[in-house]
Design a protein around this ligand. Structure first.
Ligand code: MG
Ligand code: ZN
Length: 225
C-alpha cells in the first residue's frame, strides 16, 4: 500500500469497512421489513437498490476546524438523522465515506474514532435509521494513500463490499473533494451544506442546504446524472 511506512502502525484502512452484503443484508431486510415503506425512488428502473454514500463531517454532523476528536465533539446537524431514517425506510442503501486524517496526524486514535462512530450509529438507530456500511481513511495527506478523498478508494471499496454499481449510487458531500472522488469512481454527486450553492455551480451538481433537503428531493423521485 502506498505510503504505508509513513502511516502510524495498524492503520489498515480495509478493516473499518463493515460488510453489508450477504447475511448481514438479509438479516437487515428480514428484521426491518415491517418498518420500511419502500419507495420507487430507492430503486433503479430495472429494480436494483440505490445507494447513497454520505460524507460524515458537514453532512451528518457539524464539522469542526479543530476536528471531531471525541464522541463529545460529535453533534448531528438538525434534521440529518431523521433524513437518514426516511431514506432507509424508503429502501435506499446508506453508507458513509469519510476522511479522518486526524488519526494519521496523531490528534486521536482508532479506538476513539470507533467510539465516535459507535455514538453516530446509535444516534442514527435511535432516530429509526440505519447506516449499512462505513468506510474511512485514517491517513494523513502525506501518506499518499489511495483512499483519502478526492481519491476514489473509499467509494470503490464500498462498491465492492456492498455490491452496487456507480450508476446506482450517489455521493453526498459538502466539499469539492467529495464530488471529485465521486467523479473518479464514476458516480454522480450531490452537494450539501453552506458551500452547496458554490459547489453546484463550479461542479455542475445539484446543491441543497442540508441533507434533509437533499433527501426530500431524492424521495420525490429525482436522481442526479
Ligand atoms: Mg465534509
Ligand atoms: Zn487513506
Amino acid at each position: 500500500m502506498a505510503g504505508r511506512e509513513s502511516s502510524p502502525q495498524g492503520l489498515d484502512s480495509r478493516e473499518p469497512v463493515r460488510a453489508c452484503t450477504g447475511r448481514a443484508t438479509q438479516e437487515m431486510r428480514s428484521t426491518r421489513i415491517s418498518s420500511q415503506t419502500l419507495s420507487a425512488a430507492a430503486f433503479s428502473a430495472d429494480g436494483r437498490r440505490r445507494w447513497l454514500i454520505l460524507d460524515r463531517d458537514g453532512v451528518i454532523n457539524h464539522d469542526r476546524a479543530a476536528y471531531v476528536r471525541s464522541p463529545a465533539d460529535w453533534h448531528p446537524i438538525a434534521g440529518a438523522l431523521a433524513a437518514i431514517a426516511r431514506l432507509h425506510r424508503a429502501g435506499f442503501g446508506l453508507a458513509v465515506a469519510t476522511n479522518q486524517s486526524g488519526v494519521g496526524r496523531g490528534y486521536f486514535d482508532l479506538p476513539t474514532l470507533n467510539a465516535i462512530h459507535a455514538k453516530m450509529l446509535a444516534a442514527v438507530a435511535a432516530a429509526g435509521g440505519r447506516l449499512d456500511a462505513l468506510a474511512y481513511c485514517p491517513h494523513a495527506p502525506d501518506a499518499h494513500c489511495a483512499c483519502r478523498k478526492p481519491k476514489p478508494g473509499l467509494l470503490l471499496r464500498l462498491m465492492d463490499e456492498c455490491g452496487f454499481v456507480p450508476a446506482d449510487a450517489v455521493m453526498i458531500g459538502d466539499a469539492a473533494r467529495d464530488i471529485e472522488a465521486a467523479r473518479a469512481a464514476g458516480m454522480p454527486a450531490i452537494a450539501v451544506g453552506e458551500r452547496a450553492d458554490v459547489l453546484a455551480k463550479t461542479h455542475a451538481v445539484p446543491g441543497f442546504p442540508t441533507l434533509a433537503a437533499a433527501a426530500d428531493w431524492l424521495l420525490e423521485d429525482h436522481w442526479p446524472c
